[in-house]
Write a protein that binds this ligand. Structure first.
Ligand SMILES: Nc1ncnc2c1ncn2[C@@H]1O[C@H](COP(=O)(O)OP(=O)(O)OP(=O)(O)O)[C@@H](O)[C@H]1O
Length: 252
């Protein structure tokens, strides 16, 4: 399996002098093509900071992040923004969409930046993705005229427009009811089956239980990992129980 990301002994500190604190304290992590992974841990344990470090959003204080073998701290600003734009997708709890654009325009906007001439092709791709995630009929709606789950589906379409190698999700189902959350997790599962890796940061055992590898963080370190078989639609209760037991074990 191809390695997409390799983070080696990542340290990220904030503050100076006596105030300096390692929010990531020597984290090593590997994410492979098509892997579905999640990160859990108490509030403030460094989950989002890890996501920002692995995605090149934020630089690391020491250690390395290799993206498909390329050291993110050694590439130029332009190369880094190319990687972030074309190889990485982001999905947040609240999709950040522009209010004056309808759903499809919000989805295609980031792809248009490099490719103004291909608007027909890009729109066609967006329509296919919207169909796939069940929001085909909403393309002309204003972003205020759709549900939270539908908006999140649009956010996922936007994140996968450029066929990224990996999608990072920060509590992507945090604002959704349980049915919508499950549907979003089904979409992530499908995406990983096609080879795109997905890494989710979550507090929700049910979300983590859908992934295949759960990293548990505490005080800036990965203190434990749980591997689960690929989810086949069955026995979610047992998976949630396994995650919950592990959470209790490490005091989350
Ligand atoms: N830019 C920053 N400057 C200073 N401290 C920061 C900065 N970003 C994060 N921190 C601190 O780093 C620690 C880890 O933050 P992080 O957001 O990674 O935690 P988290 O595990 O994602 O928490 P939560 O579950 O609450 O989202 C926190 O104590 C936070 O206050």
């Amino acid at each position: 399996m191809n390695k997409i990301i390799f983070g080696e002994h990542i340290v990220k500190s904030f503050g100076e002098g006596d105030e300096q604190r390692n929010v990531l304290d020597g984290v090593s992590v590997e994410i492979n093509e098509g892997e579905f992974v999640s990160v859990m841990g108490p509030s403030g344990s460094g989950k989002s900071t890890l996501m920002f470090a692995l995605s090149g959003t934020d630089c690391v204080t020491s250690g390395k992040v290799l993206f498909e073998g390329e050291d993110l701290s050694a590439v130029s600003e332009n190369e880094l923004s190319d990687i972030r734009r074309n190889k990485i997708g982001f999905v947040f709890q609240q999709p950040t969409m522009l209010k004056n654009l309808n759903i499809i325009d919000n989805i295609i906007l980031p792809s248009m930046r490099d490719n103004r001439k291909n608007v027909v092709k890009i729109s066609e791709k967006a329509r296919n993705l919207m169909k796939r995630v069940g929001i085909a009929e909403l393309e002309n709606r204003d972003i205020t005229q759709v549900s939270g789950g539908q908006l999140q589906r649009a956010g996922i379409c936007r994140a996968i427009m450029n066929n990224p190698k990996i999608i990072f999700g920060d509590e992507p189902t945090g604002a959704l009811n349980s049915k919508s959350a499950e549907e979003i997790m089904d979409i992530f599962s499908d995406i990983t089956a096609e080879g795109t890796a997905v890494m989710l940061v979550t507090h929700d055992a049910k979300v983590a239980a859908r992934t295949e590898r759960i990293m548990f963080m505490r005080d800036g370190k990965i203190v434990s990992e749980l591997k689960l078989p690929k989810f086949d639609g069955k026995n979610i209760e047992n998976r949630v129980e396994e995650v919950t037991v592990k959470m209790r074990e490490i005091g989350i």
